[in-house]
Design a protein. Structure first.
Length: 69
């Protein structure tokens, strides 16, 4: 079932963007292109506590999926 992401509200779009960023950072960690400090750096750039929580949950999810410690 296709979804038009343009029809989502701003909060949902932001949540998807944070999930994509988390996925990319964990992939980079798995490929040894960066260290775990990059997650901390990205978290410090986020202002909202809700965004930080979403991002951290996504990082944890992708670490489990990709087998990154």
């Amino acid at each position: 079932m296709p979804f038009n992401l343009a029809l989502l509200d701003a909060e949902q779009k932001n949540k998807i963007e944070l999930d994509k960023q988390a996925s990319f950072l964990v992939w980079k960690m798995k490929q040894a292109k960066c260290g775990p400090d990059v997650v901390t750096t990205q978290l410090s750039k986020l202002v909202s506590e809700q965004e930080k929580e979403w991002f951290q949950q996504s990082v944890d999810k992708y670490k489990r999926i990709m087998g990154v410690a």
